[in-house]
Design a protein around this ligand. Sequence first.
Ligand SMILES: N[C@@H](CCC(=O)N[C@@H](CS)C(=O)NCC(=O)O)C(=O)O
Length: 336
Amino acid sequence: MSRRISIIAGAVLAASLTAASAGTLDAVKARGELVCGANPGLAGFGLPDDKGVYKGLDVDECRAIAAAIFNDPTKVKFLPINAKDRPTILASGEIDVLIRNTTWTLGRQEGGMFFTGVNYYDGQGFMVRKSLGVDSALKLDGASVCVQQGTTTELNLADYFRSHNLKFEAVVFATDEETVKAYDSGRCDAYTTDASGLYSERLKLAKPDDNIVLPEIISKEPLGPSVRKDDLAWFQIVQWTHFALVTAEELGVTQANVDEMLKSPNPEIRRLLGLEGDFGQQLGLTNDWAYRMIKGVGNYGEIFERNVGMSSPIKIARGINALWNKGGLQYAPPIR
Ligand SMILES: N[C@@H](CCC(=O)N[C@@H](CS)C(=O)NCC(=O)O)C(=O)O
């Protein structure tokens, strides 16, 4: 093959590969359900109940996407995904979106996971048994620490101890269940994961009150949805799903009052609910896409409260996950 022909052949192949892997929205519609990569078992974020129905903050963000597309938050299949398998399963096309307490990092993005935003701002912490007599992570010199493989947790742990000139032994497990069990059985002095995970996993321990969470937060863990990088239209749908849920909270539009709000004269509410403008259609959806989500799962604040908030068993305060106008970091660009 001449050099020119091989360049043209290469370009045609690249174009056909892109066409084959794009079109996620059409594929989801044709399948009749969204496939969402989920946590195998993190109460409050992603966990099947005793009837196998997935519940959680990440799960509800998946359900919101399904509601926007199908006007039905149940049209979603959840695929439980282990920490280390996340990039390969997303790349394989088995899932349409990964929403599974996954930290947005440059390395992951360069590796093909395109993060659409942050649905939970987190940071890594440590748990120890009270009997260890330690009140700071800086006093963990020489400790053994149970940690899960394939996580940013594992990397931050090494950074933290190295930068503070402390020795440690990482005891690494493939799943969180094994990690927590090992800690609870006394195999390690400490257990480390995202602070959200500590709140959630603490409930699994034989005697939760015999353990304390140390005060240090040693990293930034912006957790968010990710998609493949070859489908910008799909990226925007997933991105604006979260933004619309945050906007709904900001404007006081809730699952209970969304029908009443259809009569609101407020132009921001009218644009959010698709009564003015054609923003939904521009995304490839219907103009009532956000109405469907709010009606189906509620706004971001409702999703947070129901799954991980102070009225849930997990009991996490809004903290930095409050809206920007209430001292937090949750902020959505305007719909206009
Ligand atoms: N945010 C971190 C950690 C995420 C993570 O996988 N955390 C563990 C511990 S809370 C988990 O959810 N494991 C669930 C499981 O493997 O069942 C990351 O993206 O690497």
